[in-house]
Design a protein around this ligand. Structure first.
Ligand SMILES: N[C@@H](CCC(=O)N[C@@H](CS)C(=O)NCC(=O)O)C(=O)O
Length: 336
């Protein structure tokens, strides 16, 4: 039965029953490269994102920082997950759907709240109503409908749905078209340092907050939270002697860390129970957050309405009434 494989990240648990969240690998992994099946071209590729999703958000950030807005199209989902097959009572999947900014507000999938589609950009390429439709169009057999999606308009398929790889492509494959080809977020001499930092920052911080929030047993949660704060302390220490994670120049390692830090005090502290300490209480991490936020092109990629609305309104199991907390001030808007 097709329906049996359909799932969201919330259901991806370790098979040994320890209650730990275990994220599955992305499945579309082709590259945009000169001379390949998907060569770099202006106007050929389209990026589907949610502004809430930290993985999709890093792709948008690199698109902005490199000045690729006129080269790679963009659609932005509504932040609140909806039933993706509302007409089929047997299909209860909820996920990302598209909306126009002039559509009426959505409620949560359980019927609570009122969440306007501010900042949404509908899908004019495929006319899809949901991200699920895009995957089905691309012949997906995996059953998990995640953003980001990098779409090829020419072949009518998904090129790649792994943000780490999309970030690399945006950084280097479109330099003939980019307004800022000189910006290199993955420079040759720093690659090893960046890869090393990405590895522990991904597992304990970027994905670490999800391991805290999606854990289904106390032990799994406590292990994730311990690793998370050990790594935040480690970052704080690194930043005692340098401005950014791989030195003094901005790299993808900073962008990847930033996407978690900017969500932390507003969402992860309360929603994912990462409540030992706020980011604004770490002087160096707070400075990094402010510095990256004030990099030209970045502020336009950050949307706290989408971020908060998504998390607090999309998982009825975690927040049934879809109440969005007021949260602390947006301290990172003040430059360091
Ligand atoms: N490995 C993927 C992960 C993407 C991902 O998990 N995205 C989440 C949003 S933050 C999603 O779309 N989830 C949909 C679902 O779980 O059904 C990447 O980094 O691109």
């Amino acid at each position: 039965m097709e329906g049996s494989k359909i799932r969201t990240a919330l259901e991806e648990m370790n098979e040994n029953g320890d209650g730990a969240f275990k994220r599955k690998e992305s499945q579309f992994r082709k590259f945009i490269e000169p001379g390949g099946r998907f060569p770099p071209e202006a106007g050929r590729y389209h990026l589907y994102i949610s502004l809430a999703c930290p993985w999709a958000n890093r792709c948008l950030a690199v698109r902005n920082l490199k000045g690729l807005q006129d080269i790679i199209g963009l659609s932005v989902t509504h932040p609140t997950w909806q039933r993706t097959r509302p007409d089929d009572p047997n299909d209860e999947h909820t996920g990302w759907v598209f909306a126009s900014p002039d559509d009426p507000p959505f409620t949560s999938s359980t019927g609570f709240g009122s969440f306007p589609p501010h900042g949404c950009i509908p899908d004019k390429v495929n006319g899809a109503k949901s991200v699920r439709e895009l995957y089905e169009k691309a012949g997906d057999t995996f059953g998990k409908y995640t953003v980001p999606v990098l779409w090829d308009k020419k072949e009518g398929t998904i090129v790649n749905n792994e943000s780490a790889e999309i970030v690399r492509m945006f950084n280097s494959a479109f330099n003939d078209f980019a307004k800022h080809p000189e910006l290199d977020l993955y420079p040759e001499p720093l690659r090893k340092a960046i890869d090393d930092a990405n590895a522990w920052i991904y597992s304990t911080i970027n994905n670490g907050v999800y391991r805290c929030g999606f854990a289904q047993k106390q032990g799994a949660y406590e292990e994730a939270v311990k690793e998370l704060f050990a790594s935040l302390d480690r970052c704080e220490k690194i930043l005692d002697s340098q401005k950014l994670i791989a030195g003094d120049a901005l790299t993808e390692a900073d962008l990847r860390l930033f996407m978690t830090l900017i969500r932390f005090d507003h969402v992860y502290v309360v929603y994912f129970k990462c409540d030992r300490q706020f980011i604004h209480q770490y002087p160096n991490l707070a400075r990094l957050t402010r510095d990256v936020y004030h990099t030209p092109g970045m502020a336009e990629a950050v949307d706290l309405y989408h971020i908060k609305t998504h998390y607090f309104t999309s998982h009825p199991k975690l927040n049934y009434y879809a109440i969005v907390p007021v949260g602390p001030p947006e301290w990172w808007k003040t430059p360091a």
